[in-house]
Design a protein around this ligand. Structure first.
Ligand code: NDP
Length: 240
């Protein structure tokens, strides 16, 4: 296979076809990284390289990472952004939705981190970032499944940070508050207003505001930051 000799740092971002993932990919591009973004349903109309991946399917994860590995021989930053949510009060939570949430947000996240770590261990460097959520610590009515997975990735990330730190692999969690994307666009207006009013900064976020933090954490300026849970939530989760 044709191998690219690449002098730029390589970032792999899951769920990069829309929302926060797309903003992260665009931020990395603007900072001069070689970017590979994954999509599940359809590609973004954007200028970076895109490959398909369903993170609930281990074969699909293997195919994605193998292609990046074969082409660039390294991955400097992995951003585990792909996520799934369907709000339901506990009494109405369907098993199929519970399983889909865990498979996407937790199992798939750990599986791709494990696969990419293999490469990072060889290169003795790397940054892994999980996109968590303020609700992982705060809890949220109607989000038992989703909040559980977002709490769980903190434990996963911190365990990995302890295991992989000796090889200069850093693992962090970025926990956004309410961000204006497809995931939140169907919330009733009163609920959106209530969330904004509970947020000290009095507003919701744009995806680019999360992307800036992810790019910083992946940079050499964050070389001594690992195992951290960094909120980008306007103060909504303060104290947790
Ligand atoms: P969107 O719903 O806009 O996008 C979700 C992304 O995840 C899409 O790219 C989607 O791909 C991808 N995805 C979903 N399921 C799978 C799967 N099985 N395999 C691969 N990709 C998948 O969400 P956001 O941009 O808002 O969210 C991005 C991340 O940020 C998520 O982890 C979310 O939990 C987290 N987050 C979001 C907040 C918000 O307020 N928006 C707040 C806190 C955290 P496809 O388009 O193909 O479906």
């Amino acid at each position: 296979m044709f191998k690219v000799v690449n002098e730029r740092k390589v970032a792999l971002i899951t769920g990069a076809n829309r929302g926060i993932g797309l903003a992260i990919a665009q931020e990395f591009v603007s900072q001069g990284w070689q970017v590979v973004g994954s999509y599940r349903s359809e590609r973004a109309n954007a200028e970076f390289e895109q490959l398909p991946c369903d993170v609930t399917d281990p074969v699909s994860i293997e195919n994605l990472v193998k292609q990046v590995e074969d082409k660039y021989q390294r991955i400097d930053a992995l951003v585990i952004n792909a996520g799934w949510n369907k709000d339901a009060l506990l009494m109405r939570l369907e098993d199929s939705d519970l399983h889909q949430t865990i498979a996407t947000n937790l199992t798939g996240s750990i599986q791709i981190a494990r696969r990419v770590s293999r490469l990072m261990l060889k290169q003795r460097s790397g940054s892994i970032i999980f996109i968590g959520s303020v609700v992982g610590m705060l809890g949220s009515s109607g989000q038992t499944a989703y909040a559980s997975t977002k709490a769980a990735v903190i434990g996963a990330a911190r365990s990995m940070a302890r295991e992989l730190g000796q090889r200069s692999i850093r693992v962090n969690v970025v926990a956004p508050g309410y961000v204006n994307t497809d995931m939140t666009k169907d919330l009733p207006a009163e609920q959106k207003a209530m969330i904004a009013s509970m947020t000290p900064l009095g507003r919701t976020a744009e995806p680019s505001e999360v992307a800036k933090m992810v790019a910083f954490l992946s940079s050499d300026d964050a070389a001594f930051i690992t195992g951290a849970l960094i909120p980008v939530d306007g103060g909504l989760g303060m104290g947790h």
